[in-house]
Design a protein around this ligand. Structure first.
Ligand code: NAG
Ligand code: CA
Ligand code: CA
Length: 149
């Protein structure tokens, strides 16, 4: 058996890790594309929003019920577990949720029961099957980019 394919694969993997290559699951709804990162890593609003910018987008924001439904469907479909971080947060002012990218107020917040609870100072927002939950901004997880087409 030849070693060549294995060496090639290793090479590709090394280049990928050096460049911080991010593996995404991809979905398209209406005139938006959504990219869900595959790896679990500590979340960081600025860093992940920058990564989304590289694809021409921003950390996902939720404008209405339909968009949340589409996203909920998406996180159910992609393989692997959450949490699935959005760009919604109340870092600046407790209880006032805004979108990281342009600091506009969050438009549509459908919380899970008993959320948001700001438990130990949770300031970021994840999508769960039954609604949104506030979660610590440095927790390990995946994130969703939204890219207008
Ligand atoms: C939700 O998905 C449907 C079906 O692809 C699409 O027609 C609709 O525009 C989407 N809505 C939003 C707000 O993303
Ligand atoms: Ca909070
Ligand atoms: Ca919470």
């Amino acid at each position: 058996m030849s070693l060549l394919p294995i060496l090639l694969l290793l090479g590709v993997l090394m280049i990928a890790s050096v460049q911080g290559y991010v593996n995404y699951d991809f979905r398209k709804y209406g005139n938006r594309r959504y990219y869900v990162s595959r790896d679990h890593e500590p979340f960081n609003l600025a860093k992940m929003n920058d990564r989304c910018k590289e694809s021409g987008g921003y950390l996902v924001i939720i404008d209405n019920e339909q968009e949340l439904e589409n996203l909920t469907f998406t996180v159910r479909k992609v393989s692997g577990r959450g949490p699935f971080f959005t760009g919604i947060n109340d870092v600046t002012s407790e209880g006032r949720f805004e979108n990281y990218n342009d600091k506009s107020p969050a438009k549509y917040l459908k919380w899970r029961w008993f959320q948001p609870d700001n438990y130990w100072g949770e300031d970021c927002v994840e999508i769960q099957y039954r609604g949104l939950n506030d979660l610590g901004c440095e927790k390990k997880g995946r994130y969703i980019c939204e890219v207008p087409v």
